[in-house]
Design a protein around this ligand. Sequence first.
Ligand code: AMP
Length: 219
Amino acid sequence: MKKIIILIGPPACGKGTQAKKIAANHNYIHISTGELLRKMATDQNLGEKEKVALEEMKKGKLVPDWLIYDLAFKMIEKCLDEGKGVVLDGVIRSLKQAEKFQQYFKENKLINELQAVEITLTDQESLERSTKRRICKECKEIIPWLPATYEIKNCPKCSGELEIRSDDSPEIIKKRIVEQGNVVLKPILEYYKNAGFLKSIDGMKDIEGVWKDLQQLIK
Ligand code: AMP
């Protein structure tokens, strides 16, 4: 398996769920910049520059690139140094970021360790899933909207109370789909395709169906 797996897809395509499965089944660390940013937003001692940057997330927009590079490069380096692989969940969301990460991978002689995987989902389905999924107030686990979870009232991991993510409200998620949906992803996917790193799986299948396809691709 390649040491660096890059998952790309619109909001709620299942990147987080599948990244967790890779981490649970292999010696990989799940890196989600969305999760890191949400944790960061709860820090009472944040500097003014970071506070301003995080405001973008609340509006459904992308946060500035410097914050992503700050969070991701350090963490990738640490995990690889510890002999672990990394699965990057939504860490690369613009062509500019893809190019910067590629430069980082080249400089660190990691270019042969890359596998980019697109999880396809229509914007319509992305909108529907995003507005219905929930997050645990305590541990921040995301509970996808599935028949098996419709009735769940508390977090299956820590029993914490569940809520809708503030950036998953219908108004914000519409903005996120404009900013982070299929139209925006196209040039990133072209970039990885032309570089020969891209494989694609159908995100409309259920979790186990996507997982089965993903395992075939990354083995
Ligand atoms: P997610 O949890 O992956 O849906 O991400 C939540 C939010 O974090 C996004 O809507 C963005 O505001 C921000 N974010 C996460 N990753 C990135 C990134 N690579 N570039 C810019 N913003 C990001």
